[in-house]
Design a protein around this ligand. Sequence first.
Ligand code: OAD
Length: 229
Amino acid sequence: MKKVVILTGAGISAESGIKTFRDSDGLWENHSIEEVATPEGWRRDPELVLKFYNDRRAQLFEVVPNDAHTALQRLEAQYDVQIITQNVDNLHERAGSSKILHLHGLLTQARSSVDESLVYELGNKEIKLGDKCEKGSQLRPHIVWFGEQVPNIEIAARMVEKADILMVIGTSLAVYPAAGLLHYAPRKCRKFLIDPNASKMDHLEGVTIINEKAGTGVPKLVEQLLNEN
Ligand code: OAD
């Protein structure tokens, strides 16, 4: 089976009703990254940080996967599909995709603030001040913040190195190291980028640019790939 590696960003979940980060009215326009997405912000005001992620977790349970998420699941009928997502939502899981690597963590998990290997399933529960891990430290969202290492990046790079086809969907490619993953694709790998603002990326060499929203562009490309096989 040919291997399809898919790098997704906030844009794939936009049509489900989850805001992106850098589009107008995106999350970073209305919140300060320093306050809610850095270790310093967490030390300064953990209650504010918990509220930001508790609200986003609550919203996650009001939305559903869209046609792009479900199309990627269908691709598994004929391809070995590996999703690498920068998203902290669980919409790929809920669409039924089987191999998903989260680069930036997951809203439905909490972790210890002293030992990052202690991760706990939250489901839709909130994290409150005073909720502790088994070592007695405050629980924090299981999210990779700015200034923190991305523990799964090496695993992701090894996956991209094996791709026959690489699809990049709904990401501004503004955040490293995730954005650098494209460079690990082998020479013979076919590369596609789906994003309604993809024209700003036409400097990317050897990439077929599909200037469409994920909800329409992804199902079309998936049908094309299924018909080829
Ligand atoms: P961005 O908000 O930076 O980029 C979203 C991309 O989605 C843009 O290129 C949009 O053009 C595109 N987009 C908007 N609507 C779309 C649609 N309907 N279909 C397809 N694409 C659409 O989000 P990311 O690139 O995911 O990190 O951001 C990367 C990281 O920065 C995030 O994981 C997050 C953020 O800070 C952390 O929180 C650690």
